[in-house]
Design a binder for this molecule. Structure first.
Ligand code: B12
Length: 434
């Protein structure tokens, strides 16, 4: 069979005012360009576990309606979904099926709402795809009827047995960064998290030598590749983290990842990160004040306990030359209108090299979604296209939606202006030199 793998590319936001700001503010534009062009690692994993004897091709569409015509020549097309583009994925799937192509949909959104997706696809997959996909392909070959497949029926995916993703299928596309996964899941379980914790219960690390194997495969295709580790929280295990940093350092690559603030606790790890080519760590700080962070995670109150350490942790990393992208979630239940000034002040004080602000977003399937639904606070239920992190979709506890939006716009202007950016970066370089 000819099998196509289709990812939707680019980023999504609908708030017109924010879009206007995004086009003009240097800090915003710079970051968006970096992150908007990443391949779909999930589909490259599926390609790698596809039974032999099929012709495989990877495609991307910037939006529904702009999908490549070559998809129509496929017998089977696998489409990956995030909530924000799920309707676009469905529209493409409908068109393909009308043209006689068999369609399978999987990914984070289909995992949470498989019956919704099943109205648009022959096959829907719930959970991680590596074990299900080969069985699904064989079922399509045998022309078996479509169904909803559950990864849990096929046994847990052993991350130590993952193959090299089929990076070779990406061809000559000009990606800014290549993704490699070193771990799946995160032990913290924040109420709002809609990441890979949705796919499987457990936090799992891959053997470092397998990560090295995958990076070498990327470097063969692109010797100067910049790596983005597609993890939820890379440095949960410090001993393993040091081994990873040492190995990445030996490969001479430049890389970026996401982790929590405890990464800065261990000076040896921080030194190794600096030496290993780690250019930036994205850290979910969520709020500068401990008071807003209570009860955020299912257990441990990790972030609330650690908030007082945030400035020291940022300094420990940035003084070694590892820049920090501090992420703040705006609209948490315990945040009032004072939060906007607090974030601005914190970013200035700590000279955060990069700052990311997003709205609290109830993604379907999260504990946050269930709670806000119970409390009657969902403003746009079912509008998955608005689950972008840049659109307000719920009633905040201590602000009106308009107050939250206005504060967010103002903070965006202040954080990403030429001047603010220059000041933060000058402070970063001064600290680095001193
Ligand atoms: C890389 C990435 C991107 C890339 C995606 C590239 C692409 N075209 O797919 C880019 C930069 C384009 C992107 C965009 C967006 N992203 Co993004 N992104 C990520 C990131 C960092 C890593 C994802 C990843 O590679 N995972 C690893 C792979 C292996 O897992 P996977 O994709 O889930 O695949 C597995 C299964 O889901 C399943 N599977 C997946 N697809 C299919 C299909 C079939 C047929 C089958 C059988 C199985 C299957 O099998 C795979 C292997 O087990 C995550 C955060 C994180 N740390 O995970 C956020 C994340 C996925 N993004 C998120 C969001 C919100 C967005 C945006 C809406 C942001 C915005 N405002 O624009 C847009 C969406 C627009 C779009 N184009 O889809 C959220 C998604 C939440 C949700 N549940 O919907 C996440 C979790 C981050 C967060 N803050 O919560 N993103």
């Amino acid at each position: 069979m000819k099998i196509g793998f289709l990812a939707l590319s680019g980023i999504r936001a609908h708030d017109p005012k924010l879009l206007e700001l995004g086009l003009t503010l240097p800090g915003f534009v710079e970051r968006s360009k970096q992150v908007a062009a990443l391949p779909s690692l999930g589909l490259l994993y599926l390609a790698a576990v596809t039974p032999k004897g099929h012709e495989l091709a990877y495609f991307e569409a910037p939006r529904a309606g702009d999908e490549p015509d070559e998809l129509l020549a496929c017998d089977l097309v696998a489409i990956s979904t995030f909530s924000a583009q799920s309707f676009e994925a469905y529209a493409i799937a409908d068109r393909l099926r009308n043209a006689g192509v068999t369609v399978a949909i999987g990914g984070l959104h289909a995992t949470v709402l498989p019956h919704e997706a099943f109205a648009h696809a022959d096959h829907v997959v719930v959970g991680e795809g590596e074990h299900v996909w080969p069985a699904l392909v064989r079922a399509v070959e045998r022309r078996e009827p479509g169904r909803i497949w559950r990864a849990s029926e096929f046994g847990p995916v052993d991350v130590a047995a993952l193959p090299v993703p089929r990076y070779d299928l990406l061809g000559a596309r000009p990606y800014n960064r290549y993704t490699v996964q070193t771990s799946r899941g995160c032990p913290w379980r924040c109420e709002f998290c809609a990441s890979s914790v949705m796919l499987s219960e457990r936090y799992r690390r891959r053997p470092v030598e397998h990560v090295v194997r995958d990076v070498k495969a990327i470097l063969e295709l692109r010797p100067d590749a910049f790596l983005e580790l597609a993890d939820d929280n890379t440095f949960v295990d410090k001993r393993w983290g040091k081994e990873l940093a040492r190995s990445l350092g030996e490969l001479g690559v430049k890389w970026f990842t996401e982790t929590d603030v405890s990464v800065a606790d261990d000076p040896e790890l921080a030194d190794l990160l600096a030496e290993s080519g780690c250019r930036q760590l994205l850290i979910g700080l969520e709020s500068p004040d401990a008071s807003a962070l209570g009860g955020l995670e299912a257990h441990g109150d990790f972030k609330s306990r650690r908030a007082a350490d945030y400035p020291r942790a940022i300094d420990a990393l940035q003084s070694r030359g590892v820049t920090v992208d501090g992420c703040f979630v705006l609209g948490l239940d315990r945040q009032g209108p004072e939060i906007f000034d607090h974030v601005l002040d914190f970013a200035r004080r700590t000279a955060l090299y990069e700052v990311q602000i997003t709205y609290l977003t109830p993604f379907p399937g999260t504990p946050l979604y269930a709670r806000l639904e119970r409390e009657g606070r969902l403003l746009t239920p079912g509008r998955w296209d608005l689950c972008t992190l840049f659109d307000v979709t719920y009633q905040p506890a201590r602000m009106s939606p308009d107050e939250l939006r206005a504060g967010f716009h103002e903070l965006t202007r202040k954080l990403y202006s030429h001047r603010a950016l220059r000041e933060r970066r000058a402070a970063f370089f001064a600290r680095r030199a001193g």
